[in-house]
Design a protein around this ligand. Structure first.
Ligand code: AMP
Length: 211
């Protein structure tokens, strides 16, 4: 959990590699549906371009379908889901069905100045969604993804006006559900302002049973 640009995606991918489990990123799945032009993707596109949340029914269906695949049996990371109270309740229902439990809810905390500066320099791989930054996470070959060779692009919603809207939406619709997890006792916090090389060891400590 965390506001846009706090560093959820980067941390999620590191956790996925650490435990060799899939990272299920709601935003990536929605961008995929949009670029494929599916019915849901076309509906989602308008909301995403404005910086609003895509309707719960669409996002929940996409995540539920993904969680029905066998590769999640060993565990999984959810990035960018849940983002509303309805989604949090749906996740509880889905987990019950899978006989799985949330080991940890990780919140990523960063100052608004860091976020705006970071998002304007963020680039993502158009093929695999890997995340880069023109200053802090530089690809080996300019404009090309290290992981899959895809081309790097700037997201359309990474512009100042839409970032502001995404922030508002986070405060109103997503932040309140963090409270729910803090009372359940499985909430942990990580800084969104760490150097990229520092992140794995901090995550390892945080996610160890005694972390
Ligand atoms: P992200 O890649 O996580 O920054 O998400 C990009 C955009 O996708 C958001 O601004 C929303 O429009 C949409 N989105 C991603 N995850 C969700 C979600 N769980 N619920 C609703 N909309 C979402």
């Amino acid at each position: 959990m965390g506001p846009p640009g706090a560093g959820k995606g980067v941390r999620g991918r590191i956790i996925g590699k650490m435990f060799d489990i899939p990272v299920i990123t709601a935003g990536d799945m929605l961008r995929d549906a949009t670029s494929k032009g599916t019915e849901d993707g076309l509906i989602a596109e308008g909301y995403m371009n404005r910086g609003d949340l895509v309707p719960d029914s669409i996002v929940i269906a996409i995540v539920e379908e993904r969680l029905s695949k066998p590769d999640v049996e060993k565990g999984f990371v959810l990035d960018g889901f849940p983002r509303s109270m309805n989604q949090a309740l749906a996740l509880e229902r889905i987990l019950k069905k899978l006989n799985a439990k949330l080991d940890c809810v990780l919140t990523v905390v960063a100052r608004p100045e860091t976020i705006v500066a970071r998002l304007s320099l963020r680039r993502i791989c158009s093929k695999c969604g890997a995340i880069y930054h023109l200053k802090d996470i530089v690809p080996k070959v300019k404009g090309i993804c290290d992981e899959c060779g895809g081309s790097l692009i700037q997201r359309e919603d990474d512009n100042e006006e839409i970032i502001r809207r995404r922030f508002e939406v986070y405060k109103k619709q997503t932040f309140p559900i963090i409270e729910r997890y803090s009372t359940a006792g499985n909430l942990k916090e990580i800084s969104g302002e760490l150097e990229i090389d520092e992140i794995p060891s901090i995550l390892e400590k945080l996610l160890s049973p005694r972390g």
